[in-house]
Write a protein that binds this ligand. Structure first.
Ligand code: SAM
Length: 242
């Protein structure tokens, strides 16, 4: 589990820091413990082959704790912050995809695809706060849209934002358990890790001719039937026909 690796890096670095500082005649003595621990954590993170984006987190973790301790905030603030993070990022601890929001450019490009396909139904797997669902429901009031989201706070925001759309059905569910057979278009903005599994699910469940639109992360080892490049670098919609 990624968080366990990250925690191990921090704890090991914390243990190693005083040990290194007590070694006689070493160069580490020139570095403050508060700087040495993050550097060791980064080193360990590279040894454990964590993705590069962990580097700033490891660098800031202990210094930020030091800063917060000095602020003398009441303990309930930390509990509140922790609870809010859990309710927003729900399954992330066990490896599920966290919340990132699609830009308006994505929903615009998806609208073009929906029009081209003459789609009468669409499902957003992990709908977040509705960054894609809400503009589509506005633009295509006749299309049946299903939004599946498991994290409580994004789901609540989604329910609130879609309260006026009769064409949108929202489920607080795990999308892996949700059948895809009835949808002309499946939209997914997830992570590279799950794309092979999602491809398998689509192969098993989608009707022939229907479309998976994968935002940003393509299905490995599969050539898409079309790719739409958006304005930003790396931002592409990969379309796969089943
Ligand atoms: C990258 S965000 C995309 C949000 C939205 N589709 C968009 O494009 O703005 C991924 C979302 O999927 C949700 N998610 C991750 N795994 C899930 C699962 N197994 N079942 C339901 N939702 C899931 C996360 O909570 C998060 O809100």
């Amino acid at each position: 589990m990624p968080w366990l690796k990250a925690l191990s890096c921090q704890v090991l670095a914390l243990v190693l820091t005083p040990l290194l500082l007590t070694l006689k005649g070493n160069a580490f003595i020139l570095i403050l413990p508060i700087e040495l621990q993050p550097l060791l954590a980064v080193l360990l993170s590279r040894l454990f082959r964590q993705p590069l984006w962990w580097i700033p987190i490891h660098l800031l973790f202990l210094p930020l704790i030091g800063l917060l301790v000095q602020l003398n905030l009441p303990a309930w603030i930390y509990l509140l912050g922790f609870m809010l993070l859990i309710l927003v990022f729900w399954g992330t601890v066990k490896g599920d995809v966290p919340l990132f929001l699609s830009s308006p450019a994505v929903s615009q490009a998806l609208s073009t695809i929906v029009q081209r396909e003459q789609a009468d139904s669409l499902i957003d797997l992990g709908a977040g706060i509705g960054s894609v669902v809400v503009p589509l429901a506005n633009r295509f009031p006749q299309m049946h849209i299903t939004a599946v989201e498991q994290a409580p706070i994004p789901w609540l925001i989604l329910v609130w934002r879609c309260r006026k759309f009769k064409s949108v059905k929202i489920y607080r569910d795990n999308f892996w358990d949700y059948p895809l057979a009835n949808y002309s278009v499946v939209f997914a903005f997830l992570s590279p890790k799950v794309m092979t599994r999602l491809d398998e699910k689509c192969r098993n469940e989608l009707a022939v001719g229907n479309l998976l639109v994968a935002s940003t992360f393509p299905v490995p080892d599969r050539i898409p039937s079309s790719v739409i490049s958006l304005n930003k670098k790396h931002l592409k919609l990969h379309c796969y026909r089943y």
